[in-house]
Design a binder for this molecule. Structure first.
Ligand code: ADP
Ligand code: MG
Length: 315
């Protein structure tokens, strides 16, 4: 049974917006059967992240940005593992079959998927409150895998890009002209950086909940502590133009949603890290060190600095 042109039914939606025919050679069975089949020859890396309207993005968030962002946050998890993303599935729950909205959503999703050669191999479609779940699958050679657990006291701590922009941009995330708003709506997953750091970084995580909170996970799993030199934090001109230094530091330390990588590497690897930054065209800034102990401490010009309340928690 066909739906009205602007109100497609379930199968029309899949065919029109999500099924783009035969995909990559490693997809044995793609969209259209009871399950997808992929041919994997290396260690498989799997992650999933859900975005819920009103929780992870404002209710009036643009559909194009939602499609892009839902994939970007998943790609970020693979980047933090040093993996190459290859396939994804999409479980989409929408309140209505709005053709214009679906076209925009698919546009944002596939723009990023195509840029990184990720194939959509299946999914699910249901009616209900707007929710997007993507599962991402990728591969990594065992000796290039990055985890949270390999850091050692004495390692340098780095971050990619700039921090604090997305938290500052959330209130203006509908404004496509606003640099900070765009940093929330269209985060850059650091896939190239993650690949370049394989075999080099001792530990890595992506910054989704805030730097102090996420670096804290690295410390826990690496069995050590971290010291951040707050004045080293990479802050964008856009952030500093809108906030004074204290508010900018707060956004950089505790604001979530940046999807930059935070990683550790032995001091002897500094030149190799600089080469990885050049090779991946990704700024990498040293912000502190791992030390013996537990927890994350901050210093501002050598003096203890108390960071603002920690990262976002659902529960
Ligand atoms: P089943 O009833 O066997 O679970 P569905 O009718 O839900 O199958 O889905 C039919 C096909 O379309 C499957 O291959 C499924 O993976 C794919 N699919 C469903 N929803 C989506 C989506 N949002 N994006 C991509 N593929 C989808
Ligand atoms: Mg079935």
């Amino acid at each position: 049974v066909a739906g009205a042109p602007d109100r497609p039914n379930e199968f029309e939606i899949i065919a029109r917006y999500f099924d783009r025919g035969a995909g990559a050679a490693d997809v044995v069975v793609g969209i259209g059967d009871d399950a997808a089949v992929i041919d994997v020859r290396e260690p498989l890396v799997v992650a999933t992240d859900t975005l819920v309207a009103g929780v992870h993005f404002p209710d009036d968030f643009a559909a194009d940005a939602l499609g892009y962002r839902a994939l970007a946050v998943n790609l970020s998890d693979l980047a933090a593992m040093g993996a190459r993303p290859r396939w994804c599935t999409l479980a989409l729950t929408v309140p209505a079959a709005d053709a214009g909205w679906l076209a925009e959503f698919a546009g944002g999703l596939f723009r990023l998927a195509d840029e990184l050669s990720v194939t959509l191999i299946g999914g699910d479609l249901t009616r209900g409150p707007l929710t997007v779940t993507i599962q991402i699958l990728g591969t990594v050679a065992a000796d290039r895998l990055l985890t949270r657990g390999g850091g050692r006291p004495g390692d340098d701590v780095y971050v990619t890009g700039t921090l604090g922009d997305a938290a500052a941009g959330l209130p203006v995330s509908r404004d496509a002209e606003d640099v900070l708003g765009r940093r929330f709506a269209y985060p850059t997953p650091r896939v190239a950086a993650g690949l370049a750091l394989g075999g080099l970084a001792s530990a890595a995580i992506d910054v989704s909940d805030g730097l102090v909170a996420d670096l804290g996970h690295v410390c826990e799993q690496s069995g050590c502590a971290a010291e951040i030199d707050v004045e080293r934090l990479p802050l964008s001109e856009a952030l500093l133009a809108r906030f004074d230094a204290d508010a900018a530091y707060a956004a950089a330390l505790a604001g979530g949603d940046d999807y930059e990588l935070c990683f550790a590497a032995p001091p002897g690897a500094a030149a190799a890290v600089a080469a990885a930054a050049r090779a991946s065209a990704t700024p990498m800034t040293r912000i502190g060190s791992l030390v013996a102990g537990t927890g994350v401490r901050c210093r501002l010009r050598g003096r203890r600095y108390l960071p603002p309340a920690t990262g976002y928690r659902h529960f």
